[in-house]
Design a protein. Structure first.
Lengths: 193, 395
C-alpha cells in the first residue's frame, strides 16, 4: 500500500470527507461494475453499491491495512451483492446491460476496435449470452469468472477479495472456466436446434 | 497446480493446464510440455482455441459508467451518516462528562450520607426523616428523569431508529444528561420514591462491584468502530458490545458490567448508545418493579434498589420478570454463539409470540475470514438457532 493511500485512509478515519471520497473514487467504477454483473440491474446495483460504501465508511476504523484498500472495497461489495441475491429471490436477471436505443444505436459505448455495427451487435449479444451463462454457475465459480475474466483482477487481488488462498483461486478459476464453457456450448446447441 | 511429470503430457493433464497457461501461471517446463502437446494434439489445440475465445469475449464485456444520480445519492447518504454519527458523538460526550461529574458528586454525597447516618443512634427514625425529605426531592428529580429516561429507553429500544428520532431523543435528554447521568452513575442516588432507600445509598454503593463504580474509566476508553466479543476482552473489562461509528474516534465502549449483565437489552445495541436506565439497570442488578403509590407505567423503566430494611421486594410482576429472564437467556446464548466473531447486532428483541429474534451483521471470524453478511438468530424453547449462515461461518 503506498503512502498516499495510507495517508488518505488515516485522514478518512479522522473524518476528512474529501479523503474518503478520494479513496472511494479510485475503486468505485470497478466496484460498480462488479455489482452490476452480480445483480444485472442498474437500480439494484446502485442500492448494493450505496450500502457497501456506507459499510465501508462506518467500518473504516476496522480496516487494518493487511490487504489493499480496493480489494477490501471489492470484498464488501461482493458480499453485499450476495446478501441481496440471497435475501431477495426476485433478483433474477435480466435487463440487458447492452441495450440499443430506438434507432438501433447502442446505449453503452463499447470500446475497442469494432469497425462495423454488426461486430458491435455481435459483441453485445455475446456479452449477454455469456453473462446469462455466468449467472448459472455455482457461487464460487461465478465469483472468479466475474473478478478474473470480466474485471481482470490479478490472482492476488482475487485472493484478497474472496479471502481464499492463491491455490484455491487458481483451481477454482480452472474449473469455473471449464464449467462455463460447457454451459455456453449447451446454450448455443439449444439455440441452434 | 502440481507440476506434471517431465516427459509427455496426456490430454487429461494438458486440459488441466490450459487455464493456467492462458494466465501465464505455468513455469517454464510446464509451458514447454503443454505447447509440445498442443502442437501434436488437434483436440487439445482446439480446446485451447475455444477457451481463449470465451475468455477474450468475457474480457471484452465493456464497463458501464456510474450513473450521475449515484454520486448525488452517495453524498446524501454519507451526509446522513455523518449527522447520525455527530449526534451519537454528542450524546456520548454528554454521558461521559456527566459520568465524571457524577463520580465526584457520589463521593461527596456518600460522605454526607454516611456521616449523617453515623451520627444518629436511631438509624430507622433518621432514615425515615431523611428519606422523607430526600424522597420528596427524589420524586421531583425522578419525575423529570423518568420522562427523559423513558424517551431514551424508547430511542434505544429500536436499533433501526431513524436519525430524526435520535435527534429528538438527544434533544430531549441533552439538557438533563448531566444530572441524569450523574444520578445514574452514582448507582446509589435516590432513583426511586419508595422511601427508606436514600438512607441505604452508601450501603448499596459499597455493595456494588468496583467495575460498576468506575464508569468514567469505561467512558474514557479509546473508541473503536467494532469490538470483538471475546472471552479475553470481556475479562479485561473492555466493551462486550458492538458499536458502529462513522469515523474512528466516535464510537464508544460499553462498560463491561453494563453489557455483560443480561438484564437490559439496550446495553447490547450497536448503532444506539445504551439508554441511561439500561446502564443503570445493568449495574444495579435486579430490577425490582414498582413502588407503592406510583404510576406503574412510569416506574417500569426506572430500576429500583432492593431495600435491605424491607426485605423482599414488593410488587414484582412475575410474568414480566419471566419474559425479561427469557430474553436475557437468549441474549446470553447469542453472545456465546458469536464469541470470537466480529459482528454488529442490528436488532435484538422478543416477538409477540414469545420467540426471540436477533439480526446480526457478521463481519469476520477469529481466523480472519471475512463474511460481511447478515444472519439471524432465532430463540425458541430456551434454545437458539442460526439462520442464513453459510457453512464457512461455522455457526
Amino acid at each position: 500500500m503506498d503512502k498516499t493511500e495510507l495517508e488518505l485512509i488515516e485522514e478518512a478515519k479522522n473524518g476528512v470527507e474529501s479523503s474518503f471520497e478520494a479513496l472511494i473514487l479510485s475503486c468505485q467504477k470497478k466496484a460498480w461494475n462488479i455489482a452490476l454483473q452480480y445483480l444485472r440491474n442498474e437500480n439494484d446495483a446502485m442500492d448494493a453499491l450505496q450500502e457497501s460504501f456506507i459499510k465501508i465508511y462506518k467500518n473504516l476504523g476496522n480496516f487494518k491495512g493487511e490487504s489493499r484498500f480496493d480489494t477490501w472495497v471489492y470484498r464488501i461489495t461482493v458480499n453485499t451483492c450476495k446478501d441481496m441475491l440471497r435475501q431477495n429471490e426476485k433478483f433474477k436477471l435480466h435487463d440487458s446491460l447492452y441495450a440499443t436505443g430506438d434507432d438501433g444505436e447502442f446505449l453503452r459505448e463499447i470500446p475497442g476496435d469494432a469497425p462495423t455495427p454488426e461486430e458491435i451487435l455481435d459483441r453485445a449479444e455475446l456479452a449477454d449470452e455469456l453473462l446469462c451463462c455466468v449467472e448459472m454457475l455455482q457461487p464460487g465459480h461465478k465469483d472468479v469468472i466475474i473478478l478474473r475474466d470480466i474485471q481482470n483482477l490479478s490472482y492476488e487481488e482475487i485472493s484478497e477479495t474472496l479471502g481464499a488462498s492463491l491455490g484455491t483461486v487458481k483451481s477454482r478459476i480452472s474449473r469455473a472456466r471449464g464449467n462455463l464453457r460447457k454451459l455456453w456450448l449447451e446454450q448455443k446447441h439449444r439455440e441452434s436446434v | 497446480m502440481e507440476p506434471e511429470n517431465l516427459g509427455v503430457l496426456d490430454c487429461g493433464a494438458a486440459n488441466r493446464l490450459i487455464s493456467d497457461y492462458m494466465d501465464g501461471e505455468l513455469d517454464a517446463e510446464q509451458t514447454r510440455l503443454l505447447e509440445r502437446h498442443m502442437a501434436e494434439c488437434g483436440a487439445c489445440r482446439e480446446e485451447h482455441r475455444r477457451l481463449s475465445a470465451m475468455i477474450r469475449a468475457l474480457g471484452e464485456i465493456p464497463d458501464v459508467p456510474i450513473p450521475e444520480e449515484f454520486t448525488l445519492r452517495m453524498k446524501k447518504a454519507l451526509a446522513n451518516e455523518r449527522k447520525a454519527g455527530t449526534l451519537r458523538s454528542r450524546r456520548r460526550f454528554w454521558r461521559g462528562a456527566g459520568t465524571i461529574a457524577a463520580v465526584f458528586a457520589i463521593g461527596i454525597l456518600s460522605v454526607l450520607v454516611y456521616n449523617n447516618m453515623d451520627s444518629n443512634s436511631t438509624y430507622n427514625s433518621e432514615d425515615s426523616s431523611l428519606t422523607g425529605q430526600s424522597g420528596n426531592s427524589a420524586v421531583r428529580l425522578e419525575e423529570s428523569m423518568v420522562g427523559d429516561a423513558g424517551a431514551q429507553a424508547e430511542a434505544a429500544g429500536d436499533t433501526n431508529e431513524s436519525a430524526d428520532a435520535q435527534t429528538d431523543a438527544a434533544g430531549d435528554t441533552t439538557g438533563s444528561m448531566d444530572t441524569e447521568a450523574g444520578m445514574d452513575a452514582q448507582t446509589g442516588a435516590p432513583m426511586n420514591t419508595d422511601g427508606g432507600e436514600a438512607g441505604s445509598v452508601a450501603k448499596n454503593l459499597a455493595e456494588l462491584p468496583p467495575e460498576a463504580r468506575s464508569e468514567e474509566s469505561a467512558a474514557a476508553q479509546p473508541e473503536d468502530s467494532i469490538v470483538r466479543y471475546a472471552g479475553a476482552q470481556a475479562d479485561a473489562g473492555m466493551a462486550s458490545g458492538v458499536l458502529n461509528a462513522p469515523e474512528g474516534g466516535t464510537g464508544g465502549f460499553l462498560p463491561e458490567s453494563a453489557a455483560a449483565q443480561p438484564k437490559d437489552s439496550t446495553a447490547a445495541y450497536t448503532d444506539e448508545p445504551p439508554s441511561v436506565t439500561g446502564l443503570l439497570a445493568a449495574e444495579r442488578g435486579e430490577i425490582l418493579g414498582t413502588a407503592q403509590g406510583e404510576d406503574a407505567a412510569q416506574r417500569e423503566s426506572v430500576p429500583r434498589y432492593p431495600d435491605p430494611a424491607r426485605g423482599s421486594t414488593p410488587g414484582v410482576n412475575r410474568a414480566e420478570q419471566k419474559a425479561k429472564d427469557l430474553k436475557n437467556l437468549y441474549d446470553k446464548l447469542t453472545k456465546e454463539k458469536l464469541e470470537g466473531f466480529t459482528y454488529e447486532i442490528l436488532s435484538q428483541e422478543m416477538q409477540e409470540d414469545g420467540s426471540y429474534l436477533c439480526d446480526v451483521f457478521l463481519v469476520s471470524d477469529r481466523f480472519g475470514n471475512t463474511f460481511n453478511a447478515n444472519v439471524q438468530i432465532v430463540g425458541e424453547d430456551e434454545a437458539i438457532r442460526v439462520l442464513y449462515a453459510t457453512e464457512f461461518m461455522g455457526l
